[in-house]
Design a protein around this ligand. Structure first.
Ligand SMILES: [Zn+2]
Ligand SMILES: [Zn+2]
Length: 337
């Protein structure tokens, strides 16, 4: 079978090996789609922390079951499945409190261990979710959308609140759309006007703000003269992360979804005067995955248009580097196997 491996930063190689053989409590699956995300691009560029090479990338996966034993979930050969890519220990304090997304010894498929950029893959049956109601592309979108679902579960917004999302990449857009579908007033902000146009035209997010010197005035204009009570950062940029708090109302909540790989500095009087609730949001839980599955089943998420680039498995290597550049206009690239 074919597989693509990231041998070292900047080098992806298409190789052949024997089909994997499943172990106890594992299923053999055929990978049908792989979504490409910022993590994969950062790993390719060599600036992903805690990453070792060589590594088979791919954690946004759609698969079909080829072999499986009798199991409690009722999974059968031929089922389309979501693969929950966060492998948690089940015994640490975070896991025991149900926070498997931030397990002390979490292992993410395609990051800490080999992922799904391969034709066949073996995976624990525990992390499979039957999803015959979804298309293969929808299944591969579940993981990135679950990041947004988890951030929403952290912030617990109510219907009379306004949420600002800074950063209109795939995570920010997923977050915006899911909150909008929950009836929450949302405002999108980005430094790139083309991403705001995408947010408005494709995702149906009507209130968009360019992150320039006039942004605060514009946000207030869109929100009855008030700042939003919830601000999400979905950029991972130091400058954006440090300034996001400026757009949050007194008594509000600031949720850090994007990850910056260094120190952040906040002005304490600014945080204190607003009695800010500062939250981080990492990965997602099984509950978030199931929530996103329901949301996609509703047909209200524009999944087809959200996927801006589609390539075959063998074409992927030639296109991969171009997705790093914003000019490519990529929101979500999808690899078809
Ligand atoms: Zn991802
Ligand atoms: Zn754990």
């Amino acid at each position: 079978m074919k597989y693509i491996i990231c041998e070292q930063p900047g080098r992806l190689t298409l190789l052949e090996k024997e089909n994997p053989i499943r172990g106890l409590n594992e299923a053999l699956v055929k990978i049908t789609r792989v979504g490409i995300c910022g993590t994969d691009l950062h790993a390719f560029q060599g600036n992903q922390p805690f990453f070792s090479y060589p590594r088979i990338l791919g954690h946004e996966l759609a698969a079909e079951i080829i072999e499986i034993d009798d199991n409690e979930q009722g999974l059968e050969v031929g089922d389309r499945v979501i693969i929950m890519p966060y492998i948690s220990c089940g015994t640490c304090i975070a896991c025991k409190r149900g926070k498997t997304n931030c397990c002390e010894s979490i292992s993410v498929l395609g990051v800490h261990e080999d992922g799904g950029m391969q034709e066949y893959y073996t995976v624990s049956t525990d992390v499979l979710v039957k999803a015959n109601s979804l298309s293969e592309e929808q299944i591969a979108l579940v993981e990135p959308l679950a990041i947004g679902a988890h951030a929403i579960s952290r912030a617990k917004p109510s219907n009379n609140e306004t949420a600002l999302v800074i950063g209109c990449g795939p995570i920010g857009l997923g977050l915006l759309k899911q909150m909008q579908l929950l009836g929450i007033h949302v405002i999108a902000m980005d430094i790139h006007s083309d991403r705001l146009v995408f947010a408005k035209d494709v995702m149906g997010i009507d209130q968009i703000v360019l992150a320039d010197d006039n942004a605060e005035t514009e946000i207030k204009r869109l929100n009855n003269g008030q700042l939003p009570t919830i601000v999400f950062d979905a950029t991972g940029s130091k400058q954006a992360l440090e300034s996001g708090i400026n757009f949050m109302a007194h008594g509000g909540t600031y949720v850090l979804v994007g990850l910056y790989k260094g120190d952040l500095t906040f002005n304490h009087p600014l945080l204190h005067s607003r009695e800010s609730t500062l939250l981080s949001s990492r990965n997602a839980t099984m509950a978030d995955i199931l929530q996103v599955k329901l949301m996609l089943e509703s047909g209200l998420f524009p999944d087809a248009a959200f996927i801006t680039h589609r390539v075959s498995f063998t074409e992927m290597i030639d296109h991969f580097e171009s997705w790093i550049k914003p000019e490519s206009g990529v929101i979500k690239a999808m690899v078809h196997l």
